[in-house]
Design a binder for this molecule. Structure first.
Ligand code: ZN
Ligand code: ZN
Length: 321
C-alpha cells in the first residue's frame, strides 16, 4: 500500500515540476551540464564518454562559471556520495531527493537503484518506488536534447526497469505502473531507433544503445504477449533478435530468450490465412475451413479446391523459371 502511495505522489510531483515554464526551460539547458559534471560518479562510464561530454560542455558553456542550479545539483550529488561512503544513508537519500527536485536525472536514477535494491536499514527494497524514480529519470533524460543523452545512465535506468518488469511486476495487479513505463519506453525507443540519433555515437555508446533497445523491446513484447497480441509480440521479439548481441550479459541473454519466445509463439500463431489464395473465397463454416488445401510448396497459403491450388502452384513454377 505504501508503495502505491509513494508512486502516486511521485507522479503528482512530476507534472508540478513541469508546470512552471521558466523551470522547464532551465532544465533543458542545465541537466546536460549536470551530467558532464557528475559523469564519473553516475555509473561505470568510460573515458570516451567523458571526452564526449567535455566536448559537448565546452561547446555549450561559454564561461567557466556554472549556473547556480547546476553547481547546486553537482554539490548535492557530491555530498550524497560522501554521505553514502560515510554510511550516513538517510542523509544521502535526502540529498538525492533534493537534487532530483532540481531536475537531476542522475539523482533520480540513483534513487531508483536505492529503492530497487534497498539500502541497509534506511530504505527497504520497494519495486514500485524504484519504478517511479526510474520513470522520473527517463522523463528528465527525455527533456535533454537527445544528442547529449548519457547512454551509461540511460542503460542503467532501462536495465533496472527491465528487471522489475521481468521479475517483480504483475501485469494485472500493477497495471498503472506497468503502462506508465511502457509509454515512457516507447518514447525512448522511437528516439533510439532513429539512425540519425546513433550516427555519431562511439562504438561503446552504440553497444549501450543496443542493450537499452533490447531491454525495452523485450518489455514491449512481454506486454503484447500478455495482452494476447501474438503478432505484435512476434514482431517485437523479432526486433530484439535483429538488434543482436551487444556484449552486455543481461541484454545478450534476452536476445537468446527472444529466439526461444519466437519459436514458441510461431507455433501458436497460424501462418496460413484461411482464405483461398486464388479466388479469395473466405470460408465461414468450419467444414469449409477443414476442406482448405495448404500449398505443399510454400506452406503459407491455402486454396479452396484442386483447381485453385493448381493455379497457385503454377505461380511457383513461373517464378522458378
Ligand atoms: Zn479458390
Ligand atoms: Zn504456394
Amino acid at each position: 500500500m505504501n508503495a502505491c502511495l509513494s508512486f502516486v505522489s511521485m507522479l503528482k510531483k512530476t507534472p508540478a515540476i513541469e508546470k512552471k515554464p521558466e523551470q522547464a526551460v532551465s532544465f533543458r539547458t542545465l541537466v546536460p551540464q549536470d551530467f558532464a559534471e557528475e559523469d564519473t560518479s553516475c555509473s561505470a562510464s568510460s573515458s570516451e564518454i567523458n571526452q564526449n561530454h567535455s566536448r559537448f560542455s565546452s561547446l555549450s558553456r561559454k564561461k567557466d562559471a556554472l549556473p547556480p542550479v547546476t553547481s547546486r545539483v553537482t554539490s548535492l550529488l557530491y555530498e550524497a556520495e560522501s554521505k553514502a561512503t560515510a554510511r550516513d544513508f538517510a542523509k544521502s537519500v535526502e540529498l538525492l531527493e533534493k537534487a532530483t527536485t532540481l531536475g537531476s536525472a542522475c539523482a533520480a536514477a540513483k534513487l531508483g537503484l536505492v529503492y530497487h535494491g534497498g539500502l541497509n536499514s534506511t530504505v527497504n527494497p520497494d519495486y514500485a518506488s524504484a519504478a517511479a524514480y526510474y520513470f522520473l529519470a527517463l522523463k528528465l533524460i527525455y527533456m535533454i536534447p537527445n544528442n547529449k543523452w548519457d547512454m551509461s545512465l540511460l542503460l542503467d535506468v532501462i536495465a533496472g526497469l527491465s528487471e522489475i518488469y521481468r521479475k517483480q511486476m504483475c501485469r494485472t495487479e500493477d497495471i498503472d505502473i506497468w503502462n506508465t513505463g511502457i509509454k515512457a519506453m516507447r518514447h525512448i525507443e522511437s528516439t533510439l531507433s532513429d539512425p540519425s540519433m546513433t550516427k555519431f555515437f562511439t562504438h561503446r555508446d552504440n553497444q549501450k544503445c543496443k542493450a537499452a533497445r533490447i531491454h525495452m523491446n523485450f518489455c514491449l513484447a512481454m506486454t503484447a504477449e500478455a495482452d494476447g497480441e501474438f503478432n505484435d509480440a512476434l514482431n517485437l521479439y523479432g526486433t530484439c533478435k535483429r538488434i543482436g548481441e551487444c556484449n552486455f550479459a543481461t541484454a545478450d541473454k534476452l536476445v537468446k530468450k527472444a529466439h526461444t519466445k519466437i519459436r514458441i509463439l510461431e507455433r501458436q500463431v497460424p501462418k496460413v490465412k484461411p482464405v483461398c489464395v486464388s479466388c479469395d473465397f473466405e470460408p465461414k463454416e468450419l467444414s469449409d475451413i477443414w476442406k482448405l488445401l495448404v500449398c505443399s510448396k510454400c506452406q503459407v497459403v491455402a486454396a479452396c479446391s484442386r483447381e485453385c491450388l493448381t493455379a497457385h502452384l503454377a505461380t511457383h513454377t513461373k517464378a522458378e523459371k
